[in-house]
Ligand binder design. Structure first.
Ligand SMILES: Cc1cc2nc3c(=O)[nH]c(=O)nc-3n(C[C@H](O)[C@H](O)[C@H](O)COP(=O)(O)OP(=O)(O)OC[C@H]3O[C@@H](n4cnc5c(N)ncnc54)[C@H](O)[C@@H]3O)c2cc1C
Length: 393
C-alpha cells in the first residue's frame, strides 16, 4: 500500500513522484516503457523550465547545447537574429527523462518499470491499479501523467472536450556542421502553413520540426512543407536525413474537473501545453508541483483534492488559453505576424520575457495587444545575411 502512485515516467510524472518522495511519502512510479526511452520532442528547454529543475538536474552536464540566441525568418524571404542573455537549452529527451527518473529513484520512489497499467478502480478508501501481468498496486492517491495518448483518464469518468494538434520532426546530420547553429536556434513563421518550423541544434546534428497549431492529423502536404523547409538550406544537400516522425500534442483539454476524490491529472494528459510554440515541459512540470502541493495538503489536513482543479485552471490552463488566443490571431496571418510582431523589437522583447518566465502568457498577450499600435516606434530587428544560416535564395 503506497501513499501515492504515479502513472507515467515522462517529465511530469517523474518530477511529481520526486517532489512527493521529498515530502516523505511512500511513492510508486509505474511506466510501461523501458528507460531510457525515446520521446519525440524538439528538446527545447526554456529558462523558466530549467529553473524549476535547479535542485534535480544540472542541465549543463547533459548532452546538448546552451542557447544564446535565435534566428527568426519568414520563408526564404527574410532573416533576422535576436540574442538572449538568459540561457535556454537544447537537450536529448531520452537522457533528460532518464535523469528525472533517476532523481525520483534516488529520492526513494519505487520505480515499477516496464509495466503497463491496464485498469484502475477508485473507491472511498483507496485506488486499485491492475498491471498487464495481473498484479495489483494499491495507494491512497493516484496521479495520472500518461501523456496525450493515455486512455486511463476515461476509466474514472473525466468528461469534457479533448482536442489534439500535431507536430512533426526530422533529424538532419550535415556533412559539415553549420557553425552558426552551435548556440542558436531558428524559428521560421512562414514556411509551414498555420504553424512554424524550428531548428534545434544538437551534438553533431540538427533537429528540424514543424508545429501545426491546429491539425488533428498529418497529411502528405504537411510533411512536404517540412521537407521543403529543410531543402532551403545548403547544408541539407549532402546531409544524412532521417525519417519524418509525427506525434500529437494537446490542443485544448477542457474538463469540468481534473481530479476525482483520489486521482488527479497532470502534464499532457491534462492539456498543459501552450498553443503558440507547443511548449509542454514547463507547464507540465508546473502541474507536477501543483499536484504535490495539493496531495500533501490532502494527506496532512484531510482536505479535498478539488482545490487542484481550481488552481490548475487559474494558474496554468488560463495561461494555455491566452497562448491559444494568440496562436489563433497570429497563425492565420503569418506574414503580418512576422513583419509586425516577430521582427519588431518591442514585441520581441515581450516574447523573450515570456520565454524566460518574467511575464505570463496572459500578461504577454495584453502587453503585445496594447502596444501593437505604437510598437512601430521601437524599430525592427536588423536584417541578417542568409548565408549565416545557409539559406538558399
Ligand atoms: C514533436 C514534438 C516536439 C516537442 N517539442 C517540445 C519542446 O521543444 N519543448 C517543450 O517544452 N515541449 C515540447 N513538446 C511537448 C512535450 O514533449 C510534452 O509536453 C511532454 O513530453 C509532456 O510530458 P508528460 O510527462 O506529460 O508526458 P510524456 O512525456 O508523454 O510521458 C508520458 C509517459 O506515460 C507513459 N504511459 C502512458 N500510458 C501508460 C500506462 N497505461 N502505463 C504505464 N505508463 C504509461 C508513457 O510511456 C510515457 O513515458 C513537443 C512535443 C512534440 C510532439
Amino acid at each position: 500500500m503506497y501513499d501515492i502512485t504515479v502513472v507515467g515516467a515522462g517529465p511530469a510524472g517523474s518530477f511529481c513522484a520526486y517532489l512527493l518522495a521529498k515530502e516523505g511519502f511512500h511513492v510508486a512510479l509505474i511506466e510501461k516503457k523501458s528507460f531510457p526511452r525515446k520521446k519525440l520532442c524538439g528538446g527545447g528547454v526554456s529558462y523558466k523550465a530549467v529553473k524549476l529543475l535547479d535542485d534535480i538536474i544540472d542541465i549543463t552536464k547533459l548532452k546538448g547545447k546552451a542557447l544564446s540566441g535565435s534566428y527568426l525568418s519568414f520563408k526564404n524571404e527574410h532573416l533576422t537574429h535576436v540574442g538572449q542573455n538568459i540561457t535556454s537549452y537544447s537537450i536529448e529527451r531520452e537522457e533528460f527523462d532518464n535523469e528525472l527518473l533517476k532523481a525520483a529513484k534516488d529520492a526513494g520512489v519505487d520505480v515499477i518499470i516496464p509495466h503497463t497499467v491496464v485498469s484502475l478502480e477508485e473507491n472511498s478508501r483507496e485506488v486499485l491499479i491492475k498491471l498487464e501481468d495481473d498484479s495489483e498496486v494499491k495507494s491512497n492517491f493516484l496521479v495520472l501523467a500518461e501523456g496525450i495518448n493515455g486512455k486511463l483518464f476515461e476509466r474514472i469518468g473525466y468528461s469534457g472536450n479533448r482536442d489534439i494538434t500535431m507536430a512533426l520532426e526530422i533529424d538532419v546530420k550535415p556533412k559539415e556542421y553549420p557553425h552558426n547553429f552551435n548556440n542558436n536556434t531558428l524559428f521560421d513563421f512562414g514556411a509551414i502553413p498555420k504553424g512554424y518550423a524550428w531548428i534545434f541544434p544538437k551534438d553533431g546534428y540538427l533537429n528540424v520540426g514543424a508545429y501545426y497549431y491546429r491539425s488533428r492529423n498529418i497529411d502528405r502536404l504537411q510533411e512536404r512543407a517540412l521537407e521543403c523547409f529543410v531543402n532551403q538550406f545548403s547544408w541539407a544537400k549532402e546531409a544524412e536525413i532521417g525519417k519524418i516522425n509525427g506525434h500529437a500534442l494537446p490542443y485544448s483539454i477542457d474538463y469540468s474537473s481534473y481530479n476525482t476524490n483520489r486521482t488527479l491529472l497532470i502534464g499532457d494528459s491534462a492539456g498543459t501545453v501552450e498553443n503558440f510554440y507547443g511548449e509542454g515541459l514547463y507547464y507540465g512540470l508546473q502541474s507536477s508541483r501543483l499536484a504535490e502541493e495539493e496531495i500533501t495538503n490532502a494527506i496532512h489536513n484531510n482536505a479535498s483534492l478539488d482545490n487542484f482543479t481550481k488552481r490548475l485552471k487559474s494558474e496554468i490552463l488560463i495561461q494555455v488559453k491566452f497562448s491559444r488566443i494568440t496562436a489563433h490571431l497570429f497563425y492565420p496571418r503569418q506574414k503580418f505576424g512576422y513583419y509586425k510582431m516577430v521582427r519588431n523589437k518591442l514585441m520581441n522583447y515581450y516574447y523573450a520575457e515570456l520565454i524566460h518566465g518574467k511575464i505570463s502568457q496572459k500578461k504577454c498577450y495584453f502587453y503585445t495587444m496594447a502596444s501593437l499600435p505604437i510598437s512601430i516606434f521601437s524599430g525592427k530587428l536588423s536584417d541578417r545575411d542568409f548565408k549565416e544560416v545557409g539559406l538558399l535564395k
